[in-house]
Design a protein around this ligand. Sequence first.
Ligand code: SF4
Ligand code: SF4
Length: 459
Amino acid sequence: MSLPQGVSSDFCLQCRGCCVFGASTGDWCARLMVEEEIALEKSVPGFSFGGYVLTKPYHDGRLACRCLNADDHRCRVYSQRPLECRLYPFLLSSEKDKLKLYVHRACPWVQERRHAPQWLEDIAGVTRFLGLPANHFLLKAVVAAFPDYSRYGDEVELVAEIPFENNADLLWQRKAELNSWFGRREPVLSSRSFVNAIAWSDAFDFTVEEADGNLLLYARQQGIEFLYCPPLGDQISPRAVEAAFSRMQGGAARIEAVALNELTSFDSVRYRAHLQGEEYYYERARVAALSGNGYRSKRSDINAFLKKYAPVFRPFLATDRQACLDLFDRWLDNRRTSYEDDIYRAMLVENRPVHRRLMEHADALGLTGRVVEIDGVIVGYTFGYRLSDDTFCVALEVTLPELKGLPSYIFREFCADASLGSFKFINAMDDFGMPGVARAKRSWRPSHMEKVYSVCLTP
Ligand code: SF4
Ligand code: SF4
Protein backbone atom coordinates (compact mmCIF):
# COMPACT_ATOMS: atom_id res chain seq x y z
CA MET A 1 0.00 0.00 0.00
CA SER A 2 1.36 3.43 -0.88
CA LEU A 3 0.52 6.76 0.70
CA PRO A 4 -2.88 7.86 -0.62
CA GLN A 5 -2.52 11.10 -2.54
CA GLY A 6 -5.51 13.27 -1.58
CA VAL A 7 -4.60 16.52 -3.26
CA SER A 8 -4.18 16.18 -7.01
CA SER A 9 -1.21 17.47 -9.06
CA ASP A 10 -3.61 19.58 -11.14
CA PHE A 11 -4.92 21.32 -8.03
CA CYS A 12 -1.37 21.99 -6.81
CA LEU A 13 -0.15 23.25 -10.16
CA GLN A 14 -2.92 25.84 -10.09
CA CYS A 15 -2.14 26.82 -6.52
CA ARG A 16 1.70 26.80 -6.59
CA GLY A 17 1.72 27.28 -2.83
CA CYS A 18 4.28 24.58 -2.05
CA CYS A 19 8.03 24.10 -2.50
CA VAL A 20 8.78 27.79 -1.83
CA PHE A 21 9.86 28.75 1.67
CA GLY A 22 10.58 31.78 3.80
CA ALA A 23 13.80 30.26 5.14
CA SER A 24 16.20 27.50 4.12
CA THR A 25 15.63 25.52 7.33
CA GLY A 26 12.92 25.31 9.97
CA ASP A 27 9.55 23.70 10.51
CA TRP A 28 8.03 24.93 7.22
CA CYS A 29 10.90 23.91 4.97
CA ALA A 30 10.88 20.42 3.40
CA ARG A 31 12.67 18.07 5.77
CA LEU A 32 14.54 14.89 4.91
CA MET A 33 14.91 11.79 7.00
CA VAL A 34 18.24 10.01 7.16
CA GLU A 35 17.46 7.37 4.51
CA GLU A 36 15.92 9.94 2.18
CA GLU A 37 18.94 12.18 2.49
CA ILE A 38 21.32 9.31 1.76
CA ALA A 39 19.26 8.04 -1.21
CA LEU A 40 18.61 11.46 -2.74
CA GLU A 41 22.19 12.62 -2.32
CA LYS A 42 23.20 9.70 -4.53
CA SER A 43 20.82 10.54 -7.36
CA VAL A 44 20.84 14.35 -6.97
CA PRO A 45 24.19 15.34 -5.41
CA GLY A 46 23.92 18.59 -3.47
CA PHE A 47 20.17 18.09 -2.98
CA SER A 48 20.21 18.57 0.77
CA PHE A 49 21.70 20.62 3.53
CA GLY A 50 21.38 19.93 7.22
CA GLY A 51 18.42 17.58 6.89
CA TYR A 52 16.44 19.86 4.52
CA VAL A 53 16.11 20.17 0.77
CA LEU A 54 18.65 22.68 -0.53
CA THR A 55 17.07 25.95 -1.70
CA LYS A 56 17.76 28.56 -4.36
CA PRO A 57 16.47 32.14 -4.75
CA TYR A 58 12.89 32.42 -6.03
CA HIS A 59 11.65 35.32 -8.15
CA ASP A 60 9.58 36.83 -5.31
CA GLY A 61 12.52 37.03 -2.90
CA ARG A 62 11.72 33.79 -1.07
CA LEU A 63 13.58 30.49 -1.47
CA ALA A 64 12.54 27.61 -3.71
CA CYS A 65 13.55 23.97 -3.41
CA ARG A 66 16.48 23.24 -5.69
CA CYS A 67 14.38 20.52 -7.34
CA LEU A 68 11.52 22.82 -8.25
CA ASN A 69 11.36 23.51 -11.95
CA ALA A 70 10.84 27.28 -12.12
CA ASP A 71 9.07 27.19 -15.53
CA ASP A 72 6.19 24.86 -14.78
CA HIS A 73 6.46 24.53 -10.97
CA ARG A 74 6.90 20.76 -11.18
CA CYS A 75 9.08 18.68 -8.88
CA ARG A 76 12.08 17.21 -10.69
CA VAL A 77 12.32 14.29 -8.23
CA TYR A 78 8.58 13.71 -7.93
CA SER A 79 8.76 9.92 -7.69
CA GLN A 80 11.52 10.17 -5.08
CA ARG A 81 10.30 13.23 -3.20
CA PRO A 82 10.62 13.13 0.59
CA LEU A 83 7.83 11.85 2.84
CA GLU A 84 7.14 15.34 4.13
CA CYS A 85 6.46 16.53 0.56
CA ARG A 86 4.22 13.51 -0.08
CA LEU A 87 2.26 14.11 3.10
CA TYR A 88 1.65 17.83 2.87
CA PRO A 89 -0.86 19.39 3.68
CA PHE A 90 -0.87 16.68 6.34
CA LEU A 91 1.85 17.25 8.93
CA LEU A 92 3.39 14.60 11.14
CA SER A 93 4.21 16.02 14.53
CA SER A 94 6.71 14.42 16.91
CA GLU A 95 5.54 15.11 20.45
CA LYS A 96 7.62 13.51 23.21
CA ASP A 97 7.97 10.20 21.35
CA LYS A 98 4.27 10.26 20.34
CA LEU A 99 3.12 10.93 16.78
CA LYS A 100 0.17 13.10 15.83
CA LEU A 101 -1.27 14.03 12.46
CA TYR A 102 -2.27 17.64 11.74
CA VAL A 103 -3.42 19.49 8.64
CA HIS A 104 -2.12 22.89 7.62
CA ARG A 105 -5.14 25.16 7.47
CA ALA A 106 -3.45 27.57 5.01
CA CYS A 107 -3.60 25.02 2.18
CA PRO A 108 -6.47 25.87 -0.25
CA TRP A 109 -7.15 22.15 -0.80
CA VAL A 110 -7.72 21.69 2.94
CA GLN A 111 -10.06 24.68 3.04
CA GLU A 112 -12.12 23.20 0.21
CA ARG A 113 -11.86 19.49 0.95
CA ARG A 114 -12.67 19.61 4.66
CA HIS A 115 -16.34 20.23 3.73
CA ALA A 116 -16.43 17.30 1.30
CA PRO A 117 -17.77 13.86 2.29
CA GLN A 118 -14.38 12.28 1.45
CA TRP A 119 -12.50 14.29 4.11
CA LEU A 120 -12.69 11.68 6.85
CA GLU A 121 -11.63 8.99 4.39
CA ASP A 122 -8.63 11.14 3.36
CA ILE A 123 -7.52 11.26 7.00
CA ALA A 124 -8.21 7.56 7.55
CA GLY A 125 -6.19 6.66 4.43
CA VAL A 126 -3.11 8.51 5.63
CA THR A 127 -3.48 7.10 9.16
CA ARG A 128 -3.90 3.55 7.83
CA PHE A 129 -0.80 3.87 5.68
CA LEU A 130 1.34 5.21 8.53
CA GLY A 131 0.08 2.51 10.90
CA LEU A 132 1.19 -0.37 8.66
CA PRO A 133 3.76 -2.62 10.40
CA ALA A 134 6.03 -2.15 7.36
CA ASN A 135 6.18 1.56 8.17
CA HIS A 136 7.37 1.12 11.75
CA PHE A 137 10.94 2.17 10.92
CA LEU A 138 9.68 5.05 8.87
CA LEU A 139 7.83 6.32 11.93
CA LYS A 140 10.91 5.86 14.11
CA ALA A 141 12.78 8.09 11.71
CA VAL A 142 9.93 10.61 11.80
CA VAL A 143 10.02 10.73 15.59
CA ALA A 144 13.74 11.43 15.39
CA ALA A 145 13.56 14.10 12.71
CA PHE A 146 10.21 15.89 12.69
CA PRO A 147 9.21 18.92 14.78
CA ASP A 148 6.35 19.41 17.22
CA TYR A 149 3.68 21.24 15.20
CA SER A 150 1.32 21.65 18.16
CA ARG A 151 3.05 24.93 18.93
CA TYR A 152 1.51 26.49 15.80
CA GLY A 153 -1.91 26.70 17.46
CA ASP A 154 -4.67 27.71 15.06
CA GLU A 155 -2.45 27.46 11.97
CA VAL A 156 -2.78 23.68 12.24
CA GLU A 157 -5.56 21.29 13.18
CA LEU A 158 -5.12 17.95 14.92
CA VAL A 159 -6.88 15.23 12.92
CA ALA A 160 -5.50 11.94 14.26
CA GLU A 161 -3.06 10.23 16.59
CA ILE A 162 -0.82 7.66 14.96
CA PRO A 163 -0.52 4.44 16.95
CA PHE A 164 3.18 3.99 17.47
CA GLU A 165 5.24 2.27 20.12
CA ASN A 166 8.71 3.68 20.44
CA ASN A 167 11.01 0.86 21.32
CA ALA A 168 13.22 3.22 23.34
CA ASP A 169 10.51 3.14 26.06
CA LEU A 170 11.31 -0.53 26.66
CA LEU A 171 14.96 0.29 27.21
CA TRP A 172 14.14 3.12 29.62
CA GLN A 173 11.86 0.84 31.63
CA ARG A 174 14.77 -1.59 32.13
CA LYS A 175 17.49 1.00 32.58
CA ALA A 176 18.68 -0.08 36.07
CA GLU A 177 18.68 -3.76 35.09
CA LEU A 178 20.53 -3.13 31.82
CA ASN A 179 23.12 -0.96 33.54
CA SER A 180 23.81 -3.81 35.94
CA TRP A 181 24.76 -6.07 33.00
CA PHE A 182 27.09 -3.71 31.20
CA GLY A 183 30.73 -3.36 32.19
CA ARG A 184 31.04 -6.74 33.93
CA ARG A 185 33.92 -7.80 31.67
CA GLU A 186 37.06 -6.18 30.36
CA PRO A 187 37.63 -4.52 27.96
CA VAL A 188 35.06 -1.75 28.24
CA LEU A 189 34.04 -1.03 24.66
CA SER A 190 31.92 1.99 23.78
CA SER A 191 28.87 -0.05 22.79
CA ARG A 192 28.65 -1.76 26.18
CA SER A 193 26.51 0.87 27.76
CA PHE A 194 22.91 1.91 28.23
CA VAL A 195 23.79 5.34 26.82
CA ASN A 196 24.98 3.81 23.56
CA ALA A 197 21.79 1.73 23.16
CA ILE A 198 19.60 4.81 23.73
CA ALA A 199 21.73 6.79 21.30
CA TRP A 200 20.94 4.28 18.53
CA SER A 201 17.34 3.59 19.53
CA ASP A 202 16.03 5.64 16.57
CA ALA A 203 17.84 3.35 14.16
CA PHE A 204 17.16 -0.01 15.83
CA ASP A 205 14.45 -1.80 17.79
CA PHE A 206 16.13 -3.41 20.77
CA THR A 207 14.97 -6.57 22.51
CA VAL A 208 16.52 -8.17 25.57
CA GLU A 209 16.40 -11.79 26.60
CA GLU A 210 18.23 -13.90 29.16
CA ALA A 211 19.94 -17.16 28.25
CA ASP A 212 22.17 -19.37 30.41
CA GLY A 213 23.25 -16.59 32.78
CA ASN A 214 23.84 -14.06 30.00
CA LEU A 215 21.81 -11.11 28.80
CA LEU A 216 21.31 -10.91 25.03
CA LEU A 217 20.73 -7.46 23.53
CA TYR A 218 19.25 -7.84 20.04
CA ALA A 219 18.94 -4.99 17.56
CA ARG A 220 16.51 -5.15 14.64
CA GLN A 221 16.30 -2.91 11.61
CA GLN A 222 14.12 -3.46 8.56
CA GLY A 223 13.54 -7.12 9.49
CA ILE A 224 17.21 -7.91 10.05
CA GLU A 225 18.20 -8.87 13.56
CA PHE A 226 21.66 -9.12 15.07
CA LEU A 227 23.20 -9.20 18.52
CA TYR A 228 24.32 -5.64 19.31
CA CYS A 229 27.20 -6.85 21.49
CA PRO A 230 28.31 -10.27 22.75
CA PRO A 231 26.24 -11.90 25.51
CA LEU A 232 26.56 -9.76 28.62
CA GLY A 233 27.57 -11.24 31.96
CA ASP A 234 30.70 -12.29 33.82
CA GLN A 235 31.57 -14.73 31.02
CA ILE A 236 30.20 -15.51 27.58
CA SER A 237 28.19 -18.71 27.70
CA PRO A 238 28.52 -20.89 24.55
CA ARG A 239 24.89 -21.91 25.12
CA ALA A 240 23.79 -18.28 25.07
CA VAL A 241 25.69 -17.83 21.78
CA GLU A 242 23.90 -20.90 20.37
CA ALA A 243 20.55 -19.53 21.55
CA ALA A 244 21.25 -16.21 19.84
CA PHE A 245 22.15 -17.80 16.51
CA SER A 246 19.14 -20.09 16.59
CA ARG A 247 16.88 -17.04 17.06
CA MET A 248 18.53 -14.82 14.44
CA GLN A 249 17.56 -15.61 10.86
CA GLY A 250 19.29 -15.25 7.52
CA GLY A 251 22.74 -14.40 6.30
CA ALA A 252 22.91 -11.17 8.32
CA ALA A 253 22.80 -13.05 11.66
CA ARG A 254 25.84 -11.91 13.61
CA ILE A 255 27.22 -10.75 16.93
CA GLU A 256 28.80 -7.33 16.76
CA ALA A 257 31.36 -5.52 18.93
CA VAL A 258 33.20 -8.64 20.08
CA ALA A 259 36.56 -7.89 21.70
CA LEU A 260 39.71 -9.80 20.77
CA ASN A 261 39.95 -11.52 24.17
CA GLU A 262 36.33 -12.69 23.80
CA LEU A 263 36.93 -14.59 20.56
CA THR A 264 38.13 -17.62 22.57
CA SER A 265 34.51 -18.07 23.69
CA PHE A 266 33.50 -18.87 20.10
CA ASP A 267 34.14 -22.27 18.54
CA SER A 268 36.61 -21.50 15.74
CA VAL A 269 35.08 -24.10 13.41
CA ARG A 270 31.46 -23.12 13.90
CA TYR A 271 32.00 -19.34 13.92
CA ARG A 272 33.99 -16.89 11.87
CA ALA A 273 35.26 -13.48 13.06
CA HIS A 274 35.71 -10.35 10.90
CA LEU A 275 37.60 -7.31 12.08
CA GLN A 276 35.17 -4.36 12.36
CA GLY A 277 37.59 -1.74 13.63
CA GLU A 278 39.61 -0.62 16.61
CA GLU A 279 38.72 1.58 19.54
CA TYR A 280 41.19 4.18 20.81
CA TYR A 281 42.11 4.66 24.47
CA TYR A 282 44.17 7.47 25.96
CA GLU A 283 45.59 8.14 29.38
CA ARG A 284 43.39 11.04 30.44
CA ALA A 285 45.98 12.74 32.67
CA ARG A 286 48.62 12.70 29.91
CA VAL A 287 46.28 14.35 27.42
CA ALA A 288 45.18 16.87 30.06
CA ALA A 289 48.80 17.80 30.88
CA LEU A 290 50.00 17.75 27.23
CA SER A 291 53.50 17.23 28.54
CA GLY A 292 56.44 15.90 26.54
CA ASN A 293 57.54 16.06 22.92
CA GLY A 294 54.72 13.80 21.76
CA TYR A 295 52.22 16.59 22.35
CA ARG A 296 54.30 19.46 20.96
CA SER A 297 52.09 19.96 17.90
CA LYS A 298 48.94 19.85 20.05
CA ARG A 299 50.38 22.51 22.36
CA SER A 300 51.23 24.75 19.45
CA ASP A 301 47.78 24.17 17.88
CA ILE A 302 46.06 25.16 21.09
CA ASN A 303 48.36 28.14 21.75
CA ALA A 304 47.76 29.50 18.26
CA PHE A 305 44.01 29.08 18.78
CA LEU A 306 44.11 30.86 22.15
CA LYS A 307 46.14 33.73 20.69
CA LYS A 308 43.37 34.42 18.21
CA TYR A 309 40.26 33.70 20.25
CA ALA A 310 38.96 33.93 23.81
CA PRO A 311 36.90 30.73 24.09
CA VAL A 312 34.64 29.86 27.01
CA PHE A 313 34.47 26.14 27.84
CA ARG A 314 31.34 25.56 29.87
CA PRO A 315 28.65 22.95 30.72
CA PHE A 316 25.98 22.22 28.10
CA LEU A 317 22.52 23.57 28.96
CA ALA A 318 19.21 22.29 27.54
CA THR A 319 18.78 25.72 25.91
CA ASP A 320 21.97 25.09 23.87
CA ARG A 321 20.41 22.15 21.99
CA GLN A 322 19.25 23.91 18.84
CA ALA A 323 22.49 25.85 18.47
CA CYS A 324 24.41 22.58 18.83
CA LEU A 325 22.24 20.79 16.25
CA ASP A 326 22.70 23.68 13.83
CA LEU A 327 26.44 23.42 14.39
CA PHE A 328 26.23 19.67 13.71
CA ASP A 329 24.66 20.40 10.31
CA ARG A 330 27.42 22.83 9.34
CA TRP A 331 30.02 20.31 10.46
CA LEU A 332 28.25 17.50 8.60
CA ASP A 333 28.09 19.48 5.39
CA ASN A 334 31.79 20.26 5.61
CA ARG A 335 32.65 16.60 6.22
CA ARG A 336 30.47 15.45 3.37
CA THR A 337 32.36 17.66 0.97
CA SER A 338 35.77 16.68 2.41
CA TYR A 339 35.23 12.91 2.36
CA GLU A 340 34.17 11.03 -0.76
CA ASP A 341 33.54 7.66 0.88
CA ASP A 342 29.79 6.98 0.51
CA ILE A 343 29.62 4.69 3.53
CA TYR A 344 31.29 7.24 5.77
CA ARG A 345 29.05 10.03 4.44
CA ALA A 346 25.98 7.89 5.12
CA MET A 347 27.26 7.19 8.63
CA LEU A 348 27.62 10.91 9.27
CA VAL A 349 23.99 11.52 8.28
CA GLU A 350 22.88 8.60 10.46
CA ASN A 351 24.55 10.34 13.38
CA ARG A 352 22.19 13.32 13.38
CA PRO A 353 19.41 11.49 15.34
CA VAL A 354 22.11 10.11 17.66
CA HIS A 355 23.30 13.61 18.55
CA ARG A 356 19.76 14.85 18.90
CA ARG A 357 18.66 12.01 21.19
CA LEU A 358 21.70 12.25 23.44
CA MET A 359 21.21 16.00 23.83
CA GLU A 360 17.49 15.52 24.56
CA HIS A 361 18.20 12.99 27.29
CA ALA A 362 21.53 14.33 28.53
CA ASP A 363 20.35 14.69 32.15
CA ALA A 364 18.43 11.42 32.36
CA LEU A 365 21.40 9.54 30.90
CA GLY A 366 23.88 11.23 33.24
CA LEU A 367 25.92 12.55 30.32
CA THR A 368 28.67 15.08 30.77
CA GLY A 369 28.26 17.74 28.09
CA ARG A 370 30.42 20.76 27.39
CA VAL A 371 30.25 23.54 24.81
CA VAL A 372 32.80 26.06 23.57
CA GLU A 373 31.57 29.58 23.03
CA ILE A 374 33.34 32.44 21.27
CA ASP A 375 31.71 35.86 21.60
CA GLY A 376 28.52 34.20 22.82
CA VAL A 377 28.26 31.83 19.83
CA ILE A 378 28.56 28.05 20.28
CA VAL A 379 31.41 26.82 18.07
CA GLY A 380 31.92 23.35 19.53
CA TYR A 381 30.35 20.73 21.75
CA THR A 382 31.36 17.43 23.26
CA PHE A 383 29.54 14.77 25.29
CA GLY A 384 30.68 11.68 27.11
CA TYR A 385 29.64 9.03 29.58
CA ARG A 386 31.07 6.69 32.17
CA LEU A 387 31.93 3.26 30.78
CA SER A 388 33.51 1.86 33.95
CA ASP A 389 35.18 3.11 37.12
CA ASP A 390 38.35 3.92 35.23
CA THR A 391 37.14 4.60 31.68
CA PHE A 392 35.15 7.51 30.28
CA CYS A 393 33.88 7.45 26.70
CA VAL A 394 33.87 10.60 24.57
CA ALA A 395 30.83 9.92 22.41
CA LEU A 396 30.30 13.20 20.55
CA GLU A 397 32.65 15.95 19.49
CA VAL A 398 31.73 18.54 16.90
CA THR A 399 33.53 21.80 16.14
CA LEU A 400 33.08 24.62 13.66
CA PRO A 401 35.22 23.44 10.73
CA GLU A 402 36.94 26.73 9.96
CA LEU A 403 38.38 27.24 13.46
CA LYS A 404 41.84 25.70 13.36
CA GLY A 405 43.03 24.44 16.71
CA LEU A 406 39.52 24.13 18.14
CA PRO A 407 39.37 20.28 17.93
CA SER A 408 42.62 20.08 19.93
CA TYR A 409 41.41 22.68 22.41
CA ILE A 410 38.03 21.03 23.10
CA PHE A 411 39.43 17.50 23.49
CA ARG A 412 42.22 18.65 25.81
CA GLU A 413 39.82 20.77 27.90
CA PHE A 414 37.41 17.87 28.24
CA CYS A 415 40.19 15.53 29.40
CA ALA A 416 41.27 18.18 31.92
CA ASP A 417 37.71 18.79 33.15
CA ALA A 418 37.38 18.35 36.92
CA SER A 419 34.32 16.08 36.49
CA LEU A 420 36.49 13.52 34.66
CA GLY A 421 39.21 13.57 37.31
CA SER A 422 38.52 10.04 38.60
CA PHE A 423 38.93 8.36 35.19
CA LYS A 424 42.25 6.92 34.14
CA PHE A 425 41.37 6.26 30.50
CA ILE A 426 39.43 7.98 27.75
CA ASN A 427 37.78 5.79 25.11
CA ALA A 428 37.39 7.77 21.86
CA MET A 429 35.54 5.03 19.92
CA ASP A 430 36.80 3.91 16.50
CA ASP A 431 37.89 5.69 13.32
CA PHE A 432 35.16 4.33 10.95
CA GLY A 433 37.98 2.94 8.79
CA MET A 434 38.69 6.49 7.53
CA PRO A 435 42.41 7.27 7.20
CA GLY A 436 41.90 10.97 8.04
CA VAL A 437 39.96 10.16 11.20
CA ALA A 438 42.53 7.51 12.13
CA ARG A 439 45.37 10.04 11.70
CA ALA A 440 43.60 12.51 13.97
CA LYS A 441 42.95 9.86 16.63
CA ARG A 442 46.49 8.52 16.50
CA SER A 443 47.90 12.02 16.87
CA TRP A 444 46.68 12.00 20.49
CA ARG A 445 49.02 9.06 21.23
CA PRO A 446 46.70 6.25 22.33
CA SER A 447 47.80 4.29 25.38
CA HIS A 448 46.26 1.20 23.78
CA MET A 449 43.78 0.08 21.13
CA GLU A 450 41.10 -2.62 21.29
CA LYS A 451 40.25 -4.58 18.17
CA VAL A 452 36.52 -5.11 17.65
CA TYR A 453 35.11 -8.04 15.65
CA SER A 454 31.85 -9.19 14.17
CA VAL A 455 31.17 -12.92 14.58
CA CYS A 456 28.92 -14.92 12.27
CA LEU A 457 28.29 -18.57 11.50
CA THR A 458 30.86 -20.24 9.25
CA PRO A 459 29.11 -20.72 5.88
S1 SF4 B 1 -0.72 24.56 -0.59
FE1 SF4 B 1 -2.02 22.75 -0.81
S2 SF4 B 1 -3.02 22.98 -2.78
FE2 SF4 B 1 -1.35 24.46 -2.75
S3 SF4 B 1 0.34 23.37 -3.74
FE3 SF4 B 1 0.53 22.97 -1.56
S4 SF4 B 1 -0.62 21.06 -1.16
FE4 SF4 B 1 -1.18 21.82 -3.19
S1 SF4 C 1 11.44 17.73 -3.36
FE1 SF4 C 1 9.93 18.24 -4.89
S2 SF4 C 1 8.01 18.29 -3.77
FE2 SF4 C 1 9.64 18.44 -2.25
S3 SF4 C 1 9.98 20.62 -1.94
FE3 SF4 C 1 11.39 19.97 -3.54
S4 SF4 C 1 10.32 20.37 -5.45
FE4 SF4 C 1 8.81 20.39 -3.83
